[in-house]
Design a protein around this ligand. Structure first.
Ligand code: FHN
Length: 453
């Protein structure tokens, strides 16, 4: 066989075994090690913060429909008019320690904050442009570094969001009367990629993010090879960093990933405002969702999801092997809206009682049952299965499918009360639960299954 043919076969074999055959090679075990904290974390805070919080959804006295951070597009605001927002951005109530504490008390394990959204405005000190918080606002200081320090002090991973589409950078032109998607000026793509790499390098040096969360990758001038170049750049600079699939072209819309597609640069899929019907074995993914209807702050958006919905979303996502990235949109003054704080505190209370059934678990060993969801923790000589009961049975009897072994114990997580059960020869079981559900949102029963008996 010709040398070239042998090389091609080797590359195909490597790719078939999950090894990135781009500029860097990584074994499946090395990848598992790099992804391990993120997989165990299951729950993170998304923060959309920037100049758009100043108008907060209103322009020229009118409410502007759509998500708040898109106001420049939805109200068709010129760059010159949008730049007038910067002198009004002075977040005197910004308290990074309090933000980190809110995330920690909610049971979140990482924080992803916008460093630069589509408006191109940078919340960090960058030498690449004066369109940043240091040079353009009365605040005059980097906003990300203190939050990265506060997160690490609180034991959280600090991560940043970065938009490829940039409505302000001179290399990109708005498409007609809309800004979405931008077009790249002839011969300017390399200028813009170099700009991106300079800023990404500044972010790595100043606040050392553990995840780079890209967005705005959909303009057709941004290609898979461009994403691969940036992905390899980042991994070379920081081998432990994790990058989402929006660095390149793997997202395929709001579904967030395309498992049957060609390999794309990036480490996890990114469903947006939705939870996939099922997970995809072997694929890492994270559903990013808002608490109301907007990512960036809007004064008139009070359509808040209930605490029960948010807790059950977390459970549903974990039961499918995914992470939940739940958004807050702070005000221009630097406050996380109180309805967000209250909901996060409720999720934290539930996780303090039941977090064992979420953190470090993997997808359910069976299809979603009518009464709720399940997660598992495999390992050693036993399998742990957590039953999250949303709809507590009136007669107390809960059917559980065969789980590949004998149930050696059944206990309520919230208090450790033993649960009676009957298991048939087929392995299917019926639990006899108490009359009242311990938790009206989701009560958790922990089963321990003897491995393979
Ligand atoms: O256009 C953005 C939007 O403003 C927001 O940042 C979401 C969050 O994932 N991402 C893009 C839409 O897919």
């Amino acid at each position: 066989m010709q040398f070239a043919a042998r090389c091609l076969v080797l590359l195909l074999l490597l790719a078939a075994n999950g090894v990135d055959v781009g500029a860097r090679a990584e074994s499946p075990s090395d990848r598992d090690m790099r992804m391990s904290w993120w997989r165990d974390a299951r729950f993170g805070m998304f923060i959309h913060w920037g100049l758009y919080a100043v108008p907060a959804g209103r322009w020229n006295g009118e409410d502007v429909p759509g998500i708040g951070e898109w106001i420049m597009d939805r109200a068709n605001i010129s760059a010159a008019d949008y730049e007038k927002l910067a002198p009004r951005f002075d977040p005197t109530e910004y308290d990074p320690q309090q933000w980190a504490q809110v995330a920690k008390d909610a049971g979140m394990k990482y924080v992803v904050i916008t460093s630069k959204h589509h408006d191109g405005f940078c919340l960090f000190d960058t030498a690449a442009t004066d369109w940043d918080v240091v040079d353009a606002t009365p605040w005059g200081k980097d906003l990300l570094m203190p939050l990265s320090a506060a997160c690490r002090e609180a034991g959280l991973h600090f991560c940043v969001y970065y938009s490829i589409m940039d409505w302000h950078h001179p290399a990109q032109v708005r498409g007609g009367e809309y800004h979405n998607p931008t077009r790249i000026r002839d011969g300017q793509k390399r200028v813009y990629i170099d700009y991106m790499k300079q800023q990404l390098g500044e972010l790595l040096d100043s606040c050392d993010p553990d995840v780079l969360w890209f967005d705005g990758e959909w303009p057709d001038w941004w290609t898979e090879p461009d994403g691969r170049e940036v992905y390899d750049f980042l991994l070379k600079r920081k081998p432990s960093i994790i990058v989402n699939n929006r660095v390149a072209k793997g997202r395929k819309g709001m579904e967030g990933f395309s498992p049957d597609d060609q390999p794309h640069a990036g480490d996890f899929g990114t469903p947006e405002q939705q939870i996939p019907a099922t997970g995809v074995p072997g694929l890492d993914w994270e559903s990013c969702m808002t608490m109301n209807d907007t990512w960036g702050f809007k004064a008139n958006d009070d359509n808040w999801k209930s605490e029960a919905t948010l807790i059950r979303n977390l459970i549903d996502i974990a039961s499918k092997g995914g992470n939940y990235l739940l958004n807050v949109g702070p005000t221009a003054e630097g406050r996380i809206p109180q309805p967000s704080v209250e909901r996060l505190a409720a999720i934290g209370r539930w996780l303090r009682a039941n977090g064992e059934s979420i953190y470090g678990t993997t997808a359910s060993p069976f299809e979603p049952p009518p009464w709720g969801r399940a997660t598992k923790r495999a390992g050693g000589d036993a399998l742990e299965v957590y039953l999250h009961v949303f709809d507590w049975p009136a007669d107390g009897r809960l059917a559980v499918p065969a789980l590949g072994g004998s149930i050696t114990s059944a206990t309520l997580l919230d208090g450790g009360t033993n649960v009676e059960f009957e298991q048939t020869a087929s392995g299917a079981a019926t639990l006899q639960l108490s009359a009242e559900a311990p938790d009206e949102v989701a009560s958790v029963v922990k089963l321990v299954i003897a491995a393979g008996d």
